[in-house]
Design a protein around this ligand. Structure first.
Ligand SMILES: Nc1ncnc2c1ncn2[C@@H]1O[C@H](COP(=O)(O)O)[C@@H](OP(=O)(O)O)[C@H]1O
Ligand SMILES: [Mg+2]
Ligand SMILES: [Mg+2]
Ligand SMILES: [Mg+2]
Length: 322
């Protein structure tokens, strides 16, 4: 047996969660290539999913990336529950990505032991192939992320967030497009640096394309010195972790579990919190319904989260039925 075959065999016998994260990072990177290819091809083939809500668009990039992620995960983990935003199709062998990111295995000894023993019976993966579709169609490309969220026993514990249009400075005037962030609760986050927000202001980040009366009421009650309207749950959570905003407030139905599973896991891995507007945890088990009808309140620090929950008016909480 060759060295590479031995290495592959050892990985296949090892922790399913490690293999899943290592595979998902590589799949998310390939997804970023697909998103850039579709955009540069110039034909997004936009479909309005009018049945599900306002500004609920789907492009050829959403569809292709969903195929890539689901086919790749199904190929390696045939018994795993994977729930994606777009249609489910597994007959997409041309989209299978087989690679794994070795950096994940280097962290094995630091992983919480109870997560290393997770298997297909208690794991569930929530996939948003393209978060911020509305913004993608309007040229706000930096808002776009690919989200692969991993839940164990219904809790968001690991997340991969890929930003296809993030500009990485490679030195000597060279810029590389795209970065991938991953995090595991109890281990930490990789691919970005956590920064504290300024202490002399209160910046709230919220929806750009799904604003309603209840969203405005909730944001107003939090006495923001600045309201930042950007697309996607993934992009907004990165604003929190990188200290560009203090809280993410979304008091509306419309978000789904694939929007928040990866962002919540990455946020919790750095000590943050993401809940509904009542402060209740969002459940990500395989039998949960996709919609999150209770809205979102998220902060990068546990200490400030309750302050925002207490400020959301009761009328908003009742309006959302939580
Ligand atoms: N009313 C609504 N109808 C449909 N989708 C909604 C919605 N409100 C929020 N979402 C979805 O939640 C995600 C974050 O929304 P927002 O950018 O408004 O904060 C987006 O994910 P997608 O772009 O993956 O569909 C968006 O479509
Ligand atoms: Mg969508
Ligand atoms: Mg989304
Ligand atoms: Mg999406």
């Amino acid at each position: 047996m060759s060295d590479s075959q031995k290495k592959k065999g050892a990985k296949e016998e090892g922790s399913m969660l490690l293999r899943l994260i290592a595979s998902s990072i590589t799949i998310a990177n390939r997804s970023g290539n697909i998103i850039r290819e579709v955009m540069s091809g110039g034909n997004l083939q936009i479909v309005d999913k009018v049945l599900f809500g306002i500004n609920d668009l789907q492009t050829e990039a959403d569809r292709r990336v969903q195929k890539c992620i689901l086919a790749s995960l199904h190929h390696k983990f045939p018994d795993l529950t994977v729930i994606g935003e777009e249609e489910d199709t597994f007959d997409n062998s041309e989209w299978i990505e087989e690679g794994e990111d070795d950096e994940v295995y280097k962290q094995e000894k630091n992983f919480p032991p109870q997560l290393l023993s997770a298997n297909q019976n208690n794991l569930c993966v929530w996939v948003d192939p393209l978060d911020g579709t509305n913004e993608y169609t309007k040229g706000h490309l930096d808002h776009v992320t690919v989200l692969i969220g991993i839940a164990v026993d219904g809790k968001a514990v690991a997340g991969i967030i890929h930003q296809p249009y993030y500009k990485c400075d490679c030195g000597a005037g060279n810029v590389k497009l795209g970065r991938t962030i991953w995090g595991v609760v109890g281990l930490g986050a990789f691919g970005l640096t956590r920064q504290s927000p300024p202490t002399d202001c209160r910046r709230i980040v919220t929806t750009r394309s799904h604003e309603t009366h209840l969203v405005r009421m909730a944001v107003d009650a939090c006495e923001a010195s600045e309201v930042i309207k950007i697309g996607g749950a993934g992009f907004k959570v990165l604003y929190l972790i990188e200290g560009k905003a203090h809280a993410y407030i979304f008091a509306n139905t419309g978000c789904k579990k694939w929007d928040t599973c990866a962002p919540e896991a990455v946020l919790r891995s750095v000590g943050g919190v993401l809940t509904d507007v009542r402060g209740s945890d969002i459940e990500y088990g395989a039998n949960e319904d996709p919609p999150n009808n209770g809205g979102i309140v998220a902060t990068a620090s546990k200490e400030t989260h309750l302050w925002y929950i207490e400020r959301i008016p009761e009328a908003v909480k009742v309006g959302l039925n939580v």
